[in-house]
Design a protein around this ligand. Structure first.
Ligand code: PLP
Length: 396
């Protein structure tokens, strides 16, 4: 008999669509994936070389649980230089990906009955991790016309005596949009007033367009910093998803608890990947600019092309590599007795008819939208939007 906890969490809906797309591909069908959640760039050579050097030099043993001092120093320096945040070594923990950092946070903070405020649309792992830790996600819907920023007044209404934390993600997966400083300030004020932790997932910090700048909520004041756990990693910024290096920085007692939990679950992240991460943070950063310039080109093309499809409306994202078009103008249409009743049925229709795999908004708690990732070649993007346009045109 499986645990109640295991039964509480469903497999990732993004994976389900992916499995079906892979099945079609294995049958020789030319499926284009708009569902990818990782950069389609290779990890830069200087980082790979650092990993090979680490192996040769014998860095192949257990390391301190929370990360090697050299990496913690590089992370502290990054947080200081990029975010104006100052952390000591024992306020930083390196984990096996930012997802693992987030899981450690949930383990360290949550008790049964605790509530965690999650603005929707949300990244699918947030509610799953809250549920796996016997706490309750409290969803607060955000509006497209507010660029999907959480309304501080609505946050207030959803805060209760049991609220332990709020999870923010900016730039956001799935919307590609961020938060402006004044909204962050208003949210932080609610958190400080109620003594709520802020879990700030800033993994897409480096992928920004049109000169947008990133403000970490922790940098707003010492009071806010004392309640914030900043989460970041190298998966997206340095195309290192497979290396599994993420980190968190926050109050000493929280990080200490996270380290204790990590010591009894995974121990340290891979020694070799940690040395590669030191190079990623300390070495040349021009790779990021090249990658972002290419994403930017695709973003502009894609948004314009999607907005030409009748029934679709797409905001220009300011970060990450996703667009989140509103498809409510297509929902309700149909073809040959088949009705497109919601975003899932639209995604399925587009997979079958247009041979394009993408993720329905419902997977992120936002019906009436779809998520498209442009971490794929311009050629694929051109082909896929054309096919989507044709398939949507057939509906009436
Ligand atoms: C990709 C992603 C992460 C985590 O990535 P890791 O590979 O575990 O570092 C965290 N949050 C969001 C929103 C993401 O999209």
């Amino acid at each position: 008999m499986l645990s109640e906890r295991a039964k509480r969490v469903k497999p990732s809906p993004t994976l389900a669509m992916d499995t079906k797309a892979k099945e079609m591909k294995s049958q020789g069908i030319d499926v284009i994936s708009f569902g990818v959640g990782e950069p389609d760039f290779d990890t830069p050579d200087n980082i790979k070389d650092a990993a090979m050097r680490a192996i040769k030099e014998g860095h192949t043993k257990y390391t301190p649980v929370g990360g090697i001092p050299q990496l913690k120093d590089a992370i502290a320096e990054k947080l200081r230089n990029d975010n104006g945040l100052s952390y000591e070594s024992d306020e930083i923990i390196v984990s096996c990906g930012a997802k693992h950092s987030l899981y450690n946070i949930a383990q360290a903070l949550l008790s049964p009955g605790d509530e965690v405020v999650i603005p929707s649309p949300y990244w699918v792992s947030y509610p799953a991790q809250v549920l796996l830790n016997d706490a309750t996600p409290v969803f607060v819907r955000t509006r497209e016309e507010d660029d999907f920023m959480l309304d501080p007044d609505e946050l207030k209404e959803h805060v209760s005596g049991r609220t332990k934390a709020i999870i923010l993600n900016y730039p956001s997966n799935p919307t590609g949009l961020g938060y402006d400083r004044s909204t962050l300030e208003a949210i932080a004020e609610v958190a400080v007033k109620n003594g709520i932790y802020i879990i700030s997932d800033e993994i897409y910090e480096k992928i920004l367009y049109d000169g947008a700048e990133h403000t970490s909520i922790a940098s707003l004041s010492a009071e806010v910093k004392a309640l914030t756990i900043v989460v970041n990693g190298l998966s997206k910024s340095h195309a290192m998803t497979g290396w599994r290096i993420g980190y968190a920085a926050g109050p000493r007692d929280v990080v200490k608890a996270m380290t204790k939990i990590q010591s009894q679950s995974t121990s340290n992240p891979a020694s070799i990947a940690q040395w590669a991460a030191v190079e990623a943070l300390r070495g040349p950063q021009d790779f990021i600019r090249t990658m972002v310039e290419e994403f930017d080109r695709r973003r502009r093309f894609l948004v314009e092309a999607l907005n030409r499809i009748e029934g679709m409306q797409c905001r220009m994202p300011t970060g990450a590599f996703y667009v989140f078009p509103n498809v409510s103008g297509i929902i309700g249409k149909g073809l040959d007795g088949r009705t497109i009743g919601d975003s899932s049925s639209l995604a399925l229709y587009l997979l079958e008819e247009a041979k394009v795999a993408l993720v329905p908004g419902s997977a992120f708690g936002a019906e009436g939208f779809i998520r498209i990732s442009y971490a794929t070649s311009m050629e694929n993007i051109r082909k896929a939007v054309e096919r989507i346009g044709e398939a949507v045109e057939r509906l009436s």
